[in-house]
Design a protein around this ligand. Sequence first.
Ligand code: KMH
Ligand code: ZN
Length: 272
Amino acid sequence: MEKLIITAAICGAEVTKEQNPNLPITPDELAQAAYDAEQAGASIIHLHVRDENGNPTQSEEVFREVIEKIKAKGCKAIIQPSTGGAVGMTAEERIQPLNLRPEMATLSTGSVNFGDDVFLNSPEYIEFFASRMKELGIKPEIEVFEVGMINNALRLVKKGLIEPPLHFDFVMGVPGGIPGEVEDLLHLVRKIPEGSTWSVAGIGRYELPLAVMAIIMGGHVRVGFEDNIYYSKGVLAESNAQLVERIVRIAKEVGREIATPDEAREILHIKR
Ligand code: KMH
Ligand code: ZN
């Protein structure tokens, strides 16, 4: 089986320090969290950034500062900025980190209810992000919150905006999106084209069981405070690295080796 790529989603746009005081939000905290997650075994850092008040921002400048700090620590992980940002942001706001030409970035291929909000990804938005990624040679991670989003991604392939082999991330258990049960994961995996790679990001209590499923099935895993702030029921996680370490232990126990950042690049066909 392919080595396991672990993505650490270290901050997200929605979680607050009030919910978990260990959440990294300043550039220094984010750089340290990325470094610790990589040391623990993460080969991708899924990145959101915050402004000086701790609110989500897609500011190119803030992304630049955080990415520089991460690299200054000697991190080799693939840095994957979000183009999803936070609900309510415009496409122009959300697209900014692509100007920094990261190796990879997220591409959500459909709209979905998101708690009490709507995470809006109109066909126009999707094509706007995909075209820019193509132009700059950025590998999209296709974020799938609902099964129809897979078909939307295949439409982009037909239009020549994204190129196989595709890499999907199934974000499961968002209130408003696909549930996080085993049968839902099996369905999603069956629907993607052969030769694709996939990871799963289970929200909240779905994080761990879905990660275990992915390890066994040959998929890849995303964990981190963006998706889940708990280590176990009622016990807050101490760090993103702590969540990564547990995945590494489980994977090793069942004989799945962990991919280094360069091995992850190879698995994902990232050329740079
Ligand atoms: N914060 C969510 C509304 C992504 O990073 O691309 C969207 C999100 C997806 O987190
Ligand atoms: Zn995200």
